[in-house]
Structure formats: C-alpha cells, structure tokens
Design a protein around this ligand. Structure first.
Ligand code: PGA
Length: 242
C-alpha cells in the first residue's frame, strides 16, 4: 500500500486563493513517487483546483457530501456532483462534522454506503475526545464509531481509507505520541480484519511527520493547518519513511 498524505483545507481559501495555493503546492512538491497525495479544498474551490491539478501528482477530495444522490436537500452537495468534476475522495465524519454539525454514526453510515456505490473513496474519520481518553474509553468509542459507521459495509483497500484523528489533537498542537497512535491503529486494523489504509491526523507538521509515519501501523497522515503552507505540506509529502 502506498503511503497517503492528505491535506484538509477546512473552511479556508476562496477560489482565487485556492488557485494560488494549488499552483504553489505543485511547484514546491515537485515529483512524487509511490505516494498518494490528496488535497481537500472547500466546495467553492473544487472545480478550479481540479482543473489545475488534472494530470498532476495531486488528487482531489471533498470535505463532505450528502447520502442522497439528488433532491430536496437545501444546502447539501451530492457525491455525483463531486465525481462529475474529477473529485476522487471524500472526508466522511471529520470530527468537526460530528461535534460541531451534529453528524451521527447513522448519517455517516448512509454517506459511506453512497460513496461506495458511486465510486468515491471515503476517508472515514474516527477519534475520541480528550475526556473520553482520560476516562480510558478510547477503544470503546472507536469501536462504536467503526461498528455503527460501517454497518453493512466491508471496507476494502482502495475503496475506503480510515483516519484516526484524536479530537484533542486536532488544531491544538498536541499530537498523540507515535506509540499512542500506533496502538489505536492496531486496534482499528484488528477490528477491520481486511487490509485497509489507516491515516493518523491531529497536529501533524513537518517536524513530527517522520516519526509518526515511521510507525508500522500508520499508513499516512491527514494534515489540517500545515497543509495550507505549501512549503510545510511539501516537506510532509517527502518525509523519509523507513
Ligand atoms: P490539524 O487538523 O492538522 O490542524 O490538527 C487535522 C484535521 O482536522 O484533519
């Protein structure tokens, strides 16, 4: 499995800024061999970014989608609209969607099924809050998110990616230690049974990416803040992996 490096731009960069960012990323990243590099801009930038990134090393992901293909869902985006403009990946269940927008495991399960049906590769995010970790409930929470989110779904390599993102590490500058992350990844892998790419996310930066990716259980990273800085993201893309 090739290592995956994904950059989630969240609600940053208007279309003009996105064009400039993707151009600078391409210049700074240069040639990429045997790594999958995904950028995940906001919806309003997807078309512009997809056009610039066509036939380059960058693949495009979206930050969310609805579970229905079309209909009366004001403000929502169909996965089919995404595939029609060259989007290949979609984040499902990012902690900001779960915790700020109130998305439930059941909603995420429907989204994951639709993404699989229409050929979008989901990056399915799971992770515990700080309180849950302190209460020693990490495994229980991850198991619930996996069991409910994946009900009726057999995750297959190349069709779905799982991202472990401890909520307390996102945007806080606190990273899980490589051992903490490695242990949760091993737990997820055991539960999934089939081979699956599992990413770590939460305050990944150019200085810690190498130790994180050196963990044998960690297949890549989902980067937030550092993916908005071309030079930082390029360094993460090219870290040495043993
Ligand atoms: P961060 O975000 O790298 O800024 O912590 C990660 C994420 O939310 O995917």
């Amino acid at each position: 499995m090739e290592p995956v490096i994904a950059g989630n731009w969240k609600m940053n960069k208007d279309p003009a800024e996105s064009r400039a960012l993707v151009q600078q990323l391409l210049a700074d990243i240069g040639e990429v061999k045997e790594r999958i590099v995904i950028i995940v801009p906001p919806f309003t930038s997807l078309l512009h970014v997809a056009e610039i990134a066509r036939n380059t090393c960058l693949k495009i992901g979206a930050q969310n989608m609805h579970w229905e293909r079309s209909g009366a869902f004001t403000g929502e985006i169909s996965g089919l609209f995404l595939t029609s403009i060259g989007v290949e990946y979609v984040l499902i269940g990012h902690s900001e969607r779960r915790h700020i927008m109130g998305e439930t495991d059941e909603m995420l399960n429907r989204k994951l099924k639709t993404a699989l049906d229409i050929g979008l590769i989901s990056i399915f995010c799971v992770g515990e809050t700080e309180q849950e970790r302190v209460q020693n409930r990490t495994e229980e929470v991850i198991l619930r998110q996996l069991e409910n989110g994946l009900k009726g779904i057999e995750p297959e390599v190349h069709k779905m990616i799982v991202a472990y993102e401890p909520v307390w590490a996102i945007g806080t500058g606190k990273t899980a230690t490589p051992e903490q992350a490695g242990a949760v990844h091993a737990f997820i892998r055991k539960h999934l049974k089939k081979p699956c790419t599992i990413l770590y996310g939460g305050s990944v930066n150019p200085d810690n990416a190498e130790v994180i990716m050196a963990q044998k259980e960690i297949d890549g990273v989902l980067v937030g803040g550092a993916s908005l800085k071309p030079e930082s993201f390029a360094r993460i893309v090219h870290v040495t992996i043993p």
